[in-house]
Design a protein around this ligand. Sequence first.
Ligand code: 13P
Ligand code: SF4
Length: 331
Amino acid sequence: MNIKDSWLKNGFVSESVNKDTNIIDAIKELKEEKNAVIMAHYYQKDEIQDIADVVGDSLVLAQKAAETNADIILLSGVHFMGETAKILSPEKKVLVPDLNAGCSLADSCPADAFEKFIKQHPGHTVVSYVNTTAAVKALTDIVVTSTNAKAVIDSLPEDEKIIFGPDRNLGSYINSITGRNMILWDGACHVHEKFSLEKIVELKKQNPDAEILAHPECKKPLLTIADHVGSTASILKYSQKSSSKKFIVATESGILHQMQLSSPGKMFIPAPPNDSTCACNDCEYMKLNSLEKIYNTLLYEWPEIEVDEEIRVKAVKPIERMLDISKKYGL
Ligand code: 13P
Ligand code: SF4
């Protein structure tokens, strides 16, 4: 049975790495041999971020995927990130460590239902968050990430009617900072919606010198009390520049690794979720990836992301529009 059939039948088995071989060295060797680049999102496990060639937010991962000279892109993140890389670089082999690494937010917006929603609002420009499937992007006029959403919306004429999907929290936040009245799809991320406002307020009382940093996928009351709201890249940058020594971080816990690495003298406290019995600020999809899976993925060049060419041709336009606007504003 080959590796692909075995994975499909039995799930992932880490049997390929020789016990005497250091897995990090083995990954580096394979990467060089195959002219591959490893790109990892900030929510990846620390050890994955440490071996990646690029660590970034959704925008940086898309930008780097569009410009790389590598033959293989191994995207350690979630499925839509691999798809975005493939849409932008169709001639390259795009691999992901685990095809089951999805996204609850992307899942909250099926393409057929989104298409009906668009038809109910004729004359509207369709703006979609990058956390969507390729099929949803193919229905979209401009894609945004949380880093460039404000710049993209500000670039549209003031009287332009806009549909925004799928994240209702990001959409409502962008409405509030741009003065727009975009019609919002009712989707959300299960990780960002689980933070407890009460516990965060209590934590702030105990740590009055701490600044609250929040991702715009969090609910409005939390965004209202945050000292800084922004994408993973934006809150990381803020933590580096701020004179504060303590931060309460309301987003997936993986970002704390880069924060701690770049500001070793500062303290980063993960914001508490509602349910104290779970590790709810871990995205279980992001955390499916591991060094062992990365090794096997490079070795067998599988799992590979494939995007239907008709969908890809439609989906690439709104992503390129986003990249052009980002470039114009130096993002
Ligand atoms: P960023 O683009 O801010 O990295 O966010 C991606 C994401 O999935 C947030 O949940
Ligand atoms: Fe999707 Fe939420 Fe995970 Fe981000 S944290 S990848 S939005 S499920």
